[in-house]
Write a protein that binds this ligand. Structure first.
Ligand code: NAP
Ligand code: G4F
Length: 375
């Protein structure tokens, strides 16, 4: 059975990738970081939570990443973790550079030092093209990063290439254009729109506040993009690929279609607020996926219209469930009983500690408390 390590398994892509690789018979290890609110709702809503071996690890904590690699001893590694929201990267440029950029070098070092001969996938981004003025972008198009996030992704993209060539690693970067789904974070514009429209249609809200409606993006469906990602690691040679639909649509197109689907007129509800504009906007992204079609045999089936319908309909379902008092696992309890957690407490060394606890003196101490003498 092939073993895989996925960082960022609690995120949109990590969850879909895990679902897909489970269907292919892989044993899945996934890293998650401790946050104050449990964040397993995507894995739970896909019904795969109890099938994942979860390892607590943070990209900023080299020790925990080494441990994740050691414990999982993977055949394939997918680095999906990043601080992925572009707007926040302007507010937290240093943190973003460390997580999205430098941490990738640390991860590659972990694989090198531990001599783990795994194939490595890096989640690169079309955001790296930035405002380069090109009307369609492919693997040869020059990059012109226009946010701290994009600059960090470009650094990571470069370092993956350095490790591939220096240490003969099978390391690839997928340059993925925007991909969305009902598992998308609510702050991204696609989900903000589908969710906002569903709330408005249900009479729970009366406005949707957005920023720049004229930016254009090449939006595809996340689940099928993960199939392309897997294919990249099944090739004979490590190469980078653009994954996209080849169509660009504006935020306004998304808004209009989403309101059409529920039979409402967007103009009545949409408000614009400067707060959602960026210091440096990427006006236009559209990817040429010919190489992926030719070499991977991959092609997107769900394009813009189907994607918007799929997202609006799913958000409508969720709000209907909510109104009927049914729950969706947004508020999953922390570590439900079916969780397969691999912590240092599940290691051998803790067994010897437990054995020691069985010794009579320790038992007495546990019962009566330590006999400390105070002056
Ligand atoms: P996402 O939903 O935001 O998921 C990001 C994941 O990274 C989450 O699991 C998050 O954990 C984890 N993470 C963040 N900081 C971390 C840290 N310090 N240590 C460990 N884990 C950390 O993003 P996504 O849409 O799935 O995207 C997956 C990857 O593809 C990201 O690298 C993103 O930059 C890249 N990408 C995405 C797109 C797109 O359109 N979706 C396009 C191109 C590239 P928490 O759940 O704890 O926050
Ligand atoms: O949905 P977005 O926040 O995605 P963005 O910035 O394109 O980044 C996403 O795709 C990248 C791939 O190209 C990934 F690497 C990255 O991790 C992330 O997944 O914004 C899309 C567009 C922007 O032009 C933004 O200015 O929508 C515009 N927009 C207009 N109003 C808004 C809003 N974006 C957000 N998030 N919220 C708004 O209210």
């Amino acid at each position: 059975m092939k073993k895989v390590l996925i960082t960022g398994i609690t995120g949109q892509d990590g969850a879909y990738l895990a679902q897909y690789l489970l269907s292919k018979g892989y044993k899945i290890y996934g890293t998650f970081r401790r946050i104050s609110t449990p964040n397993f709702w995507r894995l739970q809503s896909l019904g795969i939570y109890s099938k994942i071996n979860l390892i607590p690890a943070d990209l900023l904590d080299m020790g925990s990443m080494l441990e994740a690699v050691r414990v999982s001893d993977p055949d394939e590694v997918y680095n999906m973790a990043a601080s992925s929201y572009v707007s926040t990267s302007f507010e937290q440029a240093i943190g973003n550079s460390e997580i999205t950029g430098l941490a990738v070098t640390k991860f590659l070092e972990a694989l090198r030092v531990l001599r783990v001969d795994a194939k490595f996938y890096q989640a690169s981004s079309s955001e790296m093209y930035g405002n380069n003025g090109c009307t369609i972008q492919d693997e040869q198009t020059p990059f012109y990063p226009s946010s701290p996030y994009a600059a960090a992704k470009l650094y990571a993209h470069g370092i993956v290439n350095v490790y591939k060539n220096s240490y003969n690693m099978f390391a690839v970067a997928g340059i993925l254009f925007n991909h969305e789904s009902p598992l998308r974070g609510m702050e991204f514009v696609s989900r903000k729109i589908s969710n906002g429209v569903a709330e408005i249609a249900m009479g729970l809200k009366d406005e949707l506040v957005l920023g720049n409606l004229y930016a254009k993006r090449d939006w595809g469906y996340a689940a099928e993009y993960m199939e392309a990602v897997h294919l990249m690691l099944q090739q004979d040679k490590p190469e980078d690929y653009v994954i996209s639909t080849g169509e660009a649509h504006s935020v306004l197109d998304f808004v209009k279609l989403a309101f059409d689907i529920v039979g409402l007129t967007w103009k009545k509800y949409v408000k614009i607020n400067k707060r959602f504009f960026r210091p440096f906007e990427v006006d236009y992204l559209c990817g040429n996926n010919k190489k992926a079609k030719r070499k991977l045999g991959w092609e997107p089936k769900i394009k813009f219209e189907k994607l918007v319908k799929l997202m609006v309909n799913e958000d409508m379902n969720r709000w209907k469930m909510f109104v009927e008092g049914k729950t969706f696992p947004w508020d999953a309890p922390l570590y439900p009983s079916e969780a397969k957690l691999i912590t240092r407490s599940s290691e051998e060394n803790i067994n010897s500690k437990i054995k020691k606890l069985k010794n009579r003196q320790t038992q007495r101490m546990v019962k009566n408390g330590p006999s400390i003498k105070y002056k």
